[in-house]
Write a new protein. Structure first.
Lengths: 309, 349
C-alpha cells in the first residue's frame, strides 16, 4: 500500500507537471511550425541555446526575468537560421534541423568554456521566483505552492489555451493551417505562404527557447547537453497528439507521467527495468505513426518548400 | 553525370569548407588566439606526424561506415538519421558474438562472424523503419529518431542486466582470435596509434557500395526509386521492396562501426561509446555528395578535424570542431541551391 501511495501523492503530481512543462512548451512551438508546413526537428538545439542564453542573461543581469527573455530571443534567433535555410534557400528541413542541433551543442559548449571556463556546467544563477500563496505550514501546502505559485506553470497554461484559440478560432490560425495543408490554394487566395511560415518558425523558436529557460532556471544552472533529448520527446508528443494543442498537451503529460514513474521507481529501488519505461514515449509514437491506434497524419505540406509564383 | 553537374558537385563542398573556415577564424579570434597558429598546430598534430596520421585513420573509419549508410539511403530517397541506434546495436552484437565464440575459432572466421553479426543487427534496426515506411507510409525520419532512443534503452538494459563486467559499464572482452590487428603490428610507422586493419575494410565497403549502386540492376533500381519513385514504379520496379532493402542495408552499414571500435581497439562494447558518430555520418554523406569516393574524402576531412580538435584543445576549446561540422552541413545544404542558381546565371551571361 505504501508503495502505491508514492504515486497518488501531490508530490508525484508536482513532479509530473515539472517534467512536462518543457515538453509542452517545445511541443506547442513544434506544432506551429509543422502546422505551417515546416518540419522542425531543430527543437532540441533551440532548447539548448535557449537554456544557455537564459543562464547567461540571468548571470549578467541578476534578473531571472531578463534571463527568460534572453532565452526566448536566443530561441528566435536559432529558429531564424532554420527558417532561412528551409524557407529562403528551400533546402532540406530535416538536414537543417540536424545541423542546428549539432551547432547548438558546439556553440553552447564553446561559450560555456569562454564565459564560465568549464566544459560541464555554468555557475549557479538565481531561479524563477515562486510565490508563496499559502502559508508554508506543512509539506502539503509547500508543494501546493510549488505548483500554484510558479508563474511558469501559469504561463504554460496560458500558452496552451492561446495556441488552441489561435489555431482554431482566428483567421491567422486558419491561414496557418491552410498554408500547411495546401500552400498553392492559400497562395491563390492571396496569403503570403512563406511570410506566414517565417512567423510560425519564429514562434516555435520563441516557445522552444522558453522551454529551455525553464530547464536551466529550474536547475539554477546550465549543464552541458541539458536538453537531453527533450526536443525529440516534444516532437513525439506533437505526432502522438496529432498536431492539436490539447491532445498534444495530454501527450506531454503522459510522457511526463512515464518519466516521473521511472524516477520514482528508481528511487524506490525496485527491479522493474527503468529503461523500458524510458522507451514508452518513443514506442507509442511509432505505433501512432504506423496507424495501429488510429492513423496519425502530418499536415500535407509539412517538410516541402514552397516556390511562390 | 554531365560535366556541368560534376563541377557543381565539386564546387559545393569547396564553398562549404571555405565558409566554415571563415567562421572558425572568427571564433578563434573571439577566443583571442591566432587562427594561423591554431591551424599550424592542428596540421602538425594530425597529418604531419605518424601517430597523428594513425589516429586520423582510426577516427575516419567509423565515419566512412556511417557516411556510406546515410548516402546509400539517400540514393533511394530515404533519410536515415537512425545510424546512432543502428551502430549501437551493431557494435553490441559484434562484441557479444566475438566474446562468446569458442576460444579456438580460427581468426579469419571469428572476425568474419563478428562482422556479419554486426551487419545483421544493424540491418534489422534499419529494416523496421524501412518496413513501416513501405507498408504504412510512416515517415522514416521520425521512426529512426524514435528508434535511436529505443535501441539505446534496450541495449543498455541488456548490457547492465546480462553482459557487463561487474563495476564497469562494458562487456566481457572478445576472444583473442577475433581481434583485428593494429597497423603498427606491421610497420613501426604508426607506433602507439589505434589505427587498425578495419580502415581497409571500410575502404572495401566504399568500393562494394560503388559497385552495387552503379554496376548492378539492384543499384539502378535504388537510384531510380530515389530519383522519381512514381516513374520507377511505372517502369515495373517494386519500390516498396527497394525502400525496405535500402533502409536495411543502410542500417547494416552503420552496424559495421563496431568493427573499428570493438574488434580493433577496445576489444569490448562500452555504454555510450559512439557519441555522435551517427549524426556525423549525415555531414559526411552531404559533404561527399553521396558518392562513395566523396564519402571517403569527407570522412577523412572530418577525421582530421576530430583528431585535430584534441590537438588544439590546449589553446582553443575542441568544441570549435563541433561548430565547424554544423556549419559545413548548413553551408552545403544552403549552397546546393544557391551555387546552382549562380552558375545558371553565369551560364546565361
Amino acid at each position: 500500500m505504501d508503495f502505491i501511495l508514492n504515486f497518488i501523492s501531490l508530490a508525484f503530481l508536482a513532479q509530473i507537471i515539472r517534467i512536462s512543462i518543457p515538453y509542452i512548451l517545445a511541443a506547442m512551438g513544434g506544432l506551429f511550425s509543422e502546422r505551417s508546413g515546416v518540419t522542425n526537428i531543430a527543437l532540441e538545439g533551440i532548447m539548448l541555446n535557449g537554456a544557455f542564453a537564459s543562464v547567461l542573461g540571468t548571470y549578467f543581469t541578476n534578473s531571472p526575468t531578463l534571463g527568460v527573455i534572453s532565452g526566448i530571443i536566443a530561441g528566435i534567433l536559432t529558429a531564424y537560421i532554420h527558417a532561412i535555410i528551409s524557407i529562403r534557400f528551400k533546402a532540406d528541413q530535416i538536414i537543417s534541423g540536424v545541423a542546428i542541433n549539432l551547432l547548438a551543442v558546439g556553440v553552447t559548449k564553446f561559450f560555456l568554456k569562454i564565459v564560465f571556463d568549464s566544459s560541464s556546467n555554468s555557475s549557479r544563477v538565481e531561479g524563477i521566483k515562486i510565490f508563496a500563496i499559502f502559508p508554508e505550514s506543512n509539506n502539503f501546502l509547500s508543494i501546493l505552492n510549488q505548483i500554484i505559485g510558479n508563474p511558469f506553470i501559469w504561463l504554460t497554461f496560458i500558452i496552451i489555451i492561446l495556441s488552441h484559440f489561435i489555431l482554431f478560432k482566428t483567421v491567422f490560425g486558419l491561414r496557418i493551417r491552410a498554408v500547411g495543408e495546401h500552400p498553392k490554394a492559400a497562395d491563390t487566395l492571396g496569403i503570403k505562404v512563406n511570410y506566414l511560415r517565417y512567423i510560425c518558425v519564429l514562434i516555435s523558436g520563441a516557445l522552444a527557447g522558453l522551454s529551455g529557460s525553464w530547464l536551466a532556471l529550474d536547475q539554477h544552472q546550465f549543464t552541458d547537453g541539458m536538453s537531453n533529448g527533450r526536443g525529440f520527446i516534444a516532437i513525439a508528443a506533437v505526432i502522438f497528439g496529432r498536431w492539436n494543442p490539447l491532445p498534444v498537451t495530454a501527450a506531454c503529460l503522459l510522457f511526463g507521467f512515464a518519466e516521473a514513474l521511472q524516477i520514482t521507481l528508481q528511487s524506490l529501488g525496485t527491479n522493474i527495468p527503468t529503461q523500458f519505461i524510458q522507451m514508452i514515449p518513443y514506442v507509442l509514437t511509432m505505433i501512432a505513426l504506423a496507424g495501429f491506434i488510429g492513423k496519425s497524419t502530418p499536415p500535407a505540406a509539412a517538410g516541402k518548400p514552397y516556390e511562390e509564383g | 553525370m554531365n560535366k556541368k553537374n560534376l563541377i557543381i558537385e565539386i564546387l559545393i563542398p569547396i564553398f562549404a569548407v571555405l565558409l566554415s573556415l571563415i567562421i572558425s577564424d572568427i571564433l578563434i579570434i573571439i577566443y583571442k588566439q591566432s587562427p594561423l597558429k591554431v591551424y599550424k598546430i592542428l596540421i602538425e598534430g594530425t597529418i604531419l606526424n605518424p601517430y597523428g596520421i594513425g589516429q586520423v585513420l582510426f577516427k575516419t573509419t567509423p565515419l566512412i561506415f556511417t557516411g556510406l549508410a546515410v548516402a546509400f539511403a539517400f540514393h533511394a530517397g530515404l533519410f536515415n538519421i537512425g545510424c546512432e541506434g543502428q551502430l549501437y546495436v551493431g557494435a553490441f552484437t559484434t562484441a557479444i558474438v566475438a566474446a562468446y565464440l569458442p576460444q579456438f575459432t580460427p581468426p579469419l572466421i571469428a572476425i568474419l562472424l563478428a562482422i556479419i553479426a554486426g551487419f545483421i543487427a544493424g540491418f534489422i534496426a534499419g529494416f523496421i523503419p524501412g518496413y513501416l515506411k513501405a507498408k504504412t507510409g510512416a515517415h522514416e525520419v521520425i521512426n529512426t529518431i524514435m528508434l535511436n532512443f529505443i535501441i539505446m534503452a534496450i541495449v543498455n538494459y541488456l548490457v547492465i542486466r546480462f553482459f557487463k563486467v561487474p563495476e564497469t559499464i562494458h562487456t566481457y572482452p572478445i576472444i583473442n582470435n577475433a581481434k583485428i590487428p593494429r597497423l603498427f603490428e606491421y610497420t613501426s610507422f604508426f607506433k602507439g596509434s589505434a589505427a587498425n586493419l578495419s580502415f581497409f575494410i571500410a575502404l572495401l565497403a566504399c568500393f562494394i557500395i560503388y559497385i552495387i549502386l552503379w554496376k548492378t540492376k539492384f543499384g539502378y533500381e535504388v537510384r531510380a526509386t530515389g530519383y522519381n519513385p512514381k516513374a520507377a514504379e511505372t517502369a515495373g520496379i517494386n519500390i516498396k521492396k527497394i525502400v525496405i532493402l535500402a533502409m536495411s542495408i543502410s542500417g547494416g552499414l552503420a552496424g559495421l562501426v563496431g568493427i573499428n571500435f570493438v574488434l580493433g581497439y577496445k576489444y569490448y562494447f562500452e555504454e555510450g561509446f559512439s557519441s555522435g558518430i551517427g549524426f556525423m555520418g549525415i555531414a559526411v554523406a552531404l559533404l561527399g555528395r553521396n558518392h562513395p569516393l566523396g564519402v571517403f574524402i569527407a570522412a577523412l576531412f572530418f577525421g582530421i578535424l576530430s583528431q585535430g580538435g584534441l590537438v588544439i584543445n590546449a589553446i582553443v576549446p575542441k568544441e570549435l570542431v563541433d561548430i565547424l561540422q554544423a556549419v559545413v552541413i548548413i553551408s552545403v545544404v544552403a549552397s546546393s541551391s544557391e551555387v546552382r542558381r549562380l552558375l545558371f546565371k553565369l551560364g546565361r551571361l
